[in-house]
Design a protein around this ligand. Structure first.
Ligand code: CTP
Ligand code: MN
Ligand code: MN
Length: 505
């Protein structure tokens, strides 16, 4: 190589550690292969230590590979070091001894690799469980169905440590329009939510449906290190952060969020101060009440709203049928909104009901925002085989004003002296199907989303039936099945009845 070529090489890449190679005496300790982390140590000290170790018969490699058994670092923060290691695509990092320089100096002093002690290890924290050591006998997983409608999932989630991560990965896939991976992570989270206890080792999930290689790799990471580096990286990702923030605004979907992100906008303040951005009515309400409606709604608040809605509906129509649906019907303690279903015992009398309710709420001075959608329900268009289809019933998406004094446990209470406003805004959904569709609507609007999705998939794939929020159609018999209750629907599908509080899939 000529002189200029040499210079170019030096400039382009960091000079590889070459010094020390000539110091290698015969390798005495064949079971040990060291790698010294240059970060914080610096290249000259690394070269020096490499020479020293080689002169004492240690094998030291310059490049991190699957051959390495011992990684030695100096002054590295455990989190940063592990994240860096995880990023190298090694086959099995859990087999690596990741050690502080103290192990190295002890070994140099002794002239042999000393036994690794806990004090030598660089650990993020105590691993939650060591993968193969504290493994409870595998739970009986043989009977877990791939369909959420054949599992019972209460609000008690023993595997939150995994499902939170899966849900974030699903959300990120959704932002990237990767439908397959998104669904896979959602299904995996759903299966884990149904388990009666916490997964403590990979062996315990053998045979479980819906857990692919990708999911298992994430779970292994969490089992070994108590965290997922992939998700931690994701959480620092600028695009993910921005899209998550933007879609947290009522009325902003992934498409709009992406558009704003592409225009270089990163914060809600930037959105509001950007003159060229035209917000629609829903988004304006979303920003106006952002701090309130981004705060979870408690069960007590949902109950207080239930009283207000009931009073309002029955003032208009004393024989109206009203039911709480959504997450609160499933027994959740908190929700992002409160969902109600209402109808009239006599067919056709439900027409106009919702508009009356809206008027009445406005008269009471508690209607902060209302988006009303009239019915587009047409019996002749049934059945629909599109899965994510919105239903055609009259409905409205509201923001209501809830007085603190109306909430049980908060009466006369001033929790935060700085917040003397005494009320909060809450998102409320109302749906009003005709009474002969009531059971379908109730089942659909009770959710969870995953439960409903799997009910429809089960109907289609296992029973050759089509189910949506309006009807159940038997393709073999070519007829609509008669239904008055949720139980009827499960029975037609040949499924055991699953209570609302067991549908938190
Ligand atoms: N749903 C529906 N059709 C719509 C909107 C919602 O069938 N057009 C269903 C969803 O599948 C969901 C349920 O209605 O299962 C309630 O929706 P939502 O309020 O978004 O979710 P919750 O499960 O109530 O969760 P949260 O507590 O966060 O509100
Ligand atoms: Mn809800
Ligand atoms: Mn809702």
């Amino acid at each position: 190589m000529n002189h200029a070529g040499m210079l170019a090489r030096v400039k382009k890449r960091k000079r590889p550690v070459e010094a020390g190679a000539q110091d290698q005496v015969e390798v005495k300790f064949k079971e040990v292969t060291l790698y010294l982390v240059e970060r914080k140590m610096g290249s000259s000290r690394r070269n020096f230590l490499t020479s020293l170790a080689r002169s004492k018969g240690f094998r030291v490699e310059d490049v991190l590979s699957d051959d390495i058994t011992h990684v030695v670092a100096e002054d590295n923060q455990a989190e940063v070091l592990w994240a860096w290691l995880m990023g190298h695509g090694l086959r099995d990092v859990s087999r690596l001894a990741v050690l502080d320089i103290s192990w190295f100096t002890d070994s140099m002093r002794e002239g042999r690799p000393v036994r690794v002690e806990t004090r030598h290890r660089i650990q993020v924290r105590e691993p939650v469980v060591s993968v193969s050591v504290y493994c409870s006998p595998p739970t009986a997983v043989a009977n877990v169905s791939q369909y959420a409608c054949q599992r019972r999932t209460t609000t008690e989630n023993h595997n939150k440590i995994f499902t939170d991560v899966m849900e974030e990965l699903a959300e990120s896939s959704e932002f990237n329009e990767s439908k397959g991976p998104c669904l896979a992570f959602r299904q995996a989270a759903s299966v884990l939510k149904s388990l009666p206890s916490a997964v403590q080792c990979l062996e315990a999930i053998q045979g479980l449906p819906c857990l692919g290689e990708h999911t298992k790799a994430v779970m292994e990471e969490i089992l070994t290190f108590g965290r997922s580096f992939k998700v931690e990286e994701l959480r620092c990702d600028e695009r993910y952060q921005a899209l998550k923030l933007f879609t947290s605004v009522f009325g902003v979907g992934p498409k709009t969020a992406e558009k704003w992100y592409r225009r270089g906008l990163r914060s809600l303040k930037e959105i509001l101060t950007e003159p060229s951005i035209q917000l629609n009515r829903m988004q304006r309400a979303g920003f106006l009440y952002y701090s309130d409606i981004s705060k979870a709604v408690s069960k007590a608040e949902a109950e207080a709203l239930g009283c207000i809605i009931e009073e309002t509906v029955h003032w208009i129509a004393p024989d109206a049928i009203l039911a709480l649906t959504g997450g609160f019907r499933r027994g959740k303690e908190y929700g992002h909104d409160v969902d109600f279903l209402l109808t009239m015992p006599e067919m056709g009398k439900e027409e106009g009901l919702l508009l009356h309710v809206i008027d009445r709420l406005r008269d009471q001075g508690i209607l902060l925002y209302c988006e009303y959608q009239g019915s587009t329900f047409d019996v002749s268009k049934l059945p629909s085989c599109r899965f994510e289809d919105m239903d055609h019933f009259q409905k409205c998406f509201l923001i209501l004003r809830l007085e603190q004094g109306q909430v049980e446990g908060e009466r006369g209470q001033q929790r935060d002296p700085g917040d003397s406003r005494g009320w909060r805004a809450v998102r409320v959904d109302l749906v009003a199907p005709p009474v002969d569709r009531y059971a379908f609507a109730l089942l659909g609007w009770t959710g969870s989303r995953q439960f409903g999705r799997d009910l429809r998939a089960f109907a289609q794939k296992e029973r050759q039936m089509l189910l949506d929020n309006h009807a159940l159609y038997d393709k073999t018999k070519q007829l609509f099945l008669p239904v008055t209750t949720e139980e009827d629907i499960f029975a037609h599908l040949g499924l055991e009845y699953v209570e609302p509080w067991q549908r938190n899939a």
